[in-house]
Design a protein around this ligand. Structure first.
Ligand code: ADP
Length: 495
């Protein structure tokens, strides 16, 4: 399902707000239904109570009439007592029925109630008359059955009959109401069930609608992520994302940023090629001229002139080295430096580097010792010599007078392990990983006192890694350092 090109926040708002409103509506509807159903249930219960009370009224009336009649004939106090109880219960139940019917508030039933109350009062009056007359007879105050009593008995039985008929009417009417409320409750329950299903369905729908949005957000974010991974490799980015959402905006900003970055890189390349051709070449020519001057080919110089030429030569040498280092670092990191991989004995690397630095070592009163296992290695001779020269020249620079530098080569699995161990000041642990990054020096004074700009080890690292090897250092402060690097053996053979 394709969603229109809206902002993600709007899409989320729509996807959340619509089901939410629908669900709020449903919840309100359900609560109204529950309240209706509660009311109907309550009314149904009231009807049941009215029916029950009406039955009790009928029962009390019938029992009362029976008890007073039996008392009249037997003059037994047992029946008098029963009558008095029934009389009391009849009054209470009529009162209770009245309360219930007033609560139910049905016109027809209230009319019936009036009759019930009138008939029960009249009936009690008649039955009391029979009871009083019986009491008098019992006490011997009247020796015969009075005319009044007989009339009262007949009247009360008629009244009671009418009362029974009225209560039956009330019960029948109320049964109709009870059935009505029962059906209302049933329907309300049915509707509640349907509404709950609708609620569940709406939740499932909301989840189903959210899924394509999440999938599209995920897909677009994946594209942005893939682009970010392409930048370090210098690869072309995927085309800009379509649409006007936040991810498309992010992608557009990212594309602009990367375009700027690539332009800056092009500028840097241009600058570096300019440095290499337009600065380094004239510097080398000047160096040649200075050499001619210092050896006297262009005429003898006085001692002051010689001194100045030598100092300028050293400065120029430093400048040329710095430009070479900068070019190397750039070419290595951009992968534009071509390697000429060949098989050669490891001793060649060590010997070439040592012979290049022998004079410097002598000048610094440092001894170079070799512990060599000669292994056939695969690599670019010139670049590996550059690594060795760098490590050795550092070791010489940081060795104490009369210090010994041990150079060793050993086998380490499929690799040849080169080590340069010195007795210098060592490298603090927090610097041991950092010094292989560009422009990192342990002491601020290293640049001025020892020369260099913190590029040598970064170049070594790039060269070694270009050979699929690794480089590192183990060191204890004031006890010297061991710089090591590995390069692949030529099919693992020893010579
Ligand atoms: P630099 O051209 O400044 O020597 P490097 O990258 O070769 O640059 O070295 C970086 C820093 O590491 C040096 O400035 C120095 O502080 C430290 N370092 C390198 N080799 C040694 C060593 N053998 N002993 C002590 N410190 C060293």
């Amino acid at each position: 399902m394709r969603l229109p090109a809206l902002k993600i926040s709007y899409k989320v708002l729509i996807l959340v707000a619509i089901p939410l409103l629908f669900e709020i509506g449903l919840v309100c509807f359900i609560s109204v239904l529950i309240s209706d159903s509660d009311q109907a249930m309550e009314r149904e219960l009231l009807s049941k109570e009215i029916i029950l009370r009406a039955g009790m009224v009928a029962r009390d009336a019938a029992q009362g009439a029976f008890s007073v009649g039996t008392y009249y004939y037997t003059q037994s106090d047992f029946f008098k007592e029963h009558y008095l109880n029934d009389r009391k219960s009849l009054q209470e139940n009529v009162n209770a029925e009245e309360r219930l019917l007033l609560k139910a508030n049905k016109k027809d039933q209230l009319e019936r109630l009036k009759n019930i109350r009138r008939l029960s009062t009249d009936g009690i009056e008649m039955m009391d008359e029979v009871m009083n007359d019986t009491d008098l007879r019992k006490k011997g105050q009247t020796g015969f059955i009075s005319q009044n009593s007989l009339v009262a008995i007949v009247k009360s039985s008629r009244i009671m009959h009418a009362l029974l008929t009225e209560t039956q009417f009330v019960m029948r009417n109320e049964s109709v109401y009870r059935d009505q409320y029962e059906s209302i409750t049933r329907k309300a329950k049915e509707r509640i069930r349907l509404a709950v299903w609708a609620l569940l369905l709406s939740l499932i729908m909301a989840a189903a609608l959210a899924f394509p949005l999440l999938a599209s957000i995920n897909k677009r974010l994946q594209l942005v992520m893939q682009n970010t991974r392409k930048v370090p490799k210098g690869e072309a980015l995927a085309p800009r994302l379509k649409g006007g959402d936040e991810i498309a905006e992010l992608d557009a900003v990212f594309h602009d940023m990367v375009d700027e970055l690539y332009n800056a890189q092009k500028m840097k390349q241009y600058l570096l090629s300019m440095v290499s051709h337009d600065i380094r070449s004239p510097l080398t020519s000047v160096q040649g001229l200075l050499t001619l001057l210092s050896v006297g080919t262009l005429g003898e110089l006085n001692s002051k002139g010689k001194q100045r030429v030598t100092a300028t030569e050293a400065e120029l040498e430093r400048l040329i080295r710095l430009t070479s280092d900068l070019l190397d670092v750039e070419r290595l990191s951009s992968g534009t430096l071509q390697m000429e991989i060949k098989t050669m004995p490891s001793s060649v690397i060590v010997a070439t580097a040592v012979s290049a630095l022998e004079t410097l070592a002598e000048q610094c009163c440092v001894k170079l010792e070799k512990e060599l296992l000669n292994l056939d290695i695969k690599g670019d001779k010139e670049r590996l010599v550059q690594v060795m020269v760098n490590l050795l020249s550092n070791a010489i620079k940081y060795s104490p007078k009369n210090g010994v530098i041990k150079i060793s080569v050993e086998r380490d699995g499929d690799m040849a392990l080169f080590k340069v161990r010195d007795q210098g000041r060592g490298i603090p642990p927090e610097f041991q990983a950092r010094i292989f990054e560009r422009f990192q020096q342990v002491e601020a004074s290293d640049a001025s006192e020892k020369g260099g700009k913190g590029l040598g080890l970064a170049i070594c690292k790039s060269i070694v890694e270009a050979h699929a090897g690794s480089i590192g250092v183990t060191s204890k402060q004031d006890q010297g350092s061991t710089f090591w690097f590995t390069v692949p053996l030529s099919e693992g053979k020893e010579t």
